[in-house]
Design a protein around this ligand. Structure first.
Ligand code: SF4
Length: 283
């Protein structure tokens, strides 16, 4: 893990300081759902009618689990855990996915905005340091609807947007002034590798655009005096077998195009899962 942290005094999350026009955001979110181009898959599904696209999620977000997570980065888990909400469904098709039951089979419970807001408030109630939205790319409108209710109900925790980086630019702009901490993966640099391993040849280009937008919104990672993340971008990169050239290219791009002070979690825990075992194409 590397990267500089800068200490800031920001007691309130950005959504309390930025005077978010929640009604306008919700109206925009619902419009987007009617002809869904929320993410780069551009399915055009009418999710208001519960039509599903590549992500396999219709009108309501589905939640696989929600709990204080003590396995996240130190600056997120602190002493009381990061309040993770794992969303079901996914817009990628990673052959090595370790949670294919959640991402590909979309196992989970549909949660309407009030129910999702209640989960956020429960995580706050048990002392979590943040609300950590895991795999939110395809449920941004539903998250906006829920956050409006949660903030009205007293939510005061910073929001962590924990994403594959296969995000639509319009979605990220919908989250501007709401999200304090963006935590994107940067998975692949090579389009061929992204096509083979995630069925998304445009992933590298999309990720570069998305991460640059995240950096524009919140800048390099800053912590409070306890070392807890308060605002900024935290990039994760899982080193892939035979992927050292991708790793080098990604690190170079982050240093050059974002900042040499970009916080990076370089992860080495790849293990073959899902469709990889027994398939020499993915070995
Ligand atoms: S969010 Fe889902 S339905 Fe909408 S464009 Fe992406 S994959 Fe398709």
């Amino acid at each position: 893990m590397s990267g500089a942290s800068f200490v800031v005094e920001t007691p309130d999350p950005v959504y309390l300081r930025s005077e978010v026009a929640w009604e306008d955001r919700i109206a925009e979110a619902r419009r987007e759902l009617a002809d869904c181009r929320i993410c780069p898959r551009d399915c055009g599904s009418d999710r208001t009618a519960d039509e599903i696209g590549v992500c396999r999620i219709g009108r309501w977000a589905k939640v696989a689990s929600a709990f204080p997570h003590h396995g996240e980065e130190d600056c997120l888990r602190g002493t009381r855990g990061s309040g993770t909400i794992f969303f079901s469904g996914c817009n990628l098709r990673c052959v090595f996915c370790q949670n294919a039951d959640i991402s590909q089979q979309a196992c989970g419970t549909p949660r309407r905005p009030r129910e999702l807001a209640a989960l956020m408030l429960e995580l706050q109630e048990v002392g979590c340091h943040n609300v950590n939205l895991v795999t939110p790319e395809h449920v941004v409108p539903q998250i906006v609807e829920a956050l409006a209710v949660a903030v009205e109900g007293g939510l005061r925790l910073p929001i962590v947007y924990n994403t594959s980086a296969y995000d639509g630019l319009a979605s990220l702009r919908m989250m501007e002034g709401i999200v304090d901490i963006y935590m994107p993966d940067f998975k692949f640099w090579s389009a061929d590798r992204a096509r083979l391993l995630a069925r998304a040849a445009d992933y590298p280009e999309v990720a570069r655009t998305a991460i640059a937008e995240m950096h524009r919104q919140v800048g390099v990672l800053k912590t409070d005096r306890r070392g807890l993340a308060r605002r900024g971008v935290l990039v994760r990169h899982l080193v892939m077998p035979g992927g050292a050239a991708d790793t080098a290219a990604i690190m170079g791009w982050l240093a050059r195009e974002l900042s040499p002070d970009t916080y990076v979690n370089l992860m080495a825990q790849y293990r073959p899962a899902h469709r990889v075992p027994g398939n020499p194409r993915y070995g």
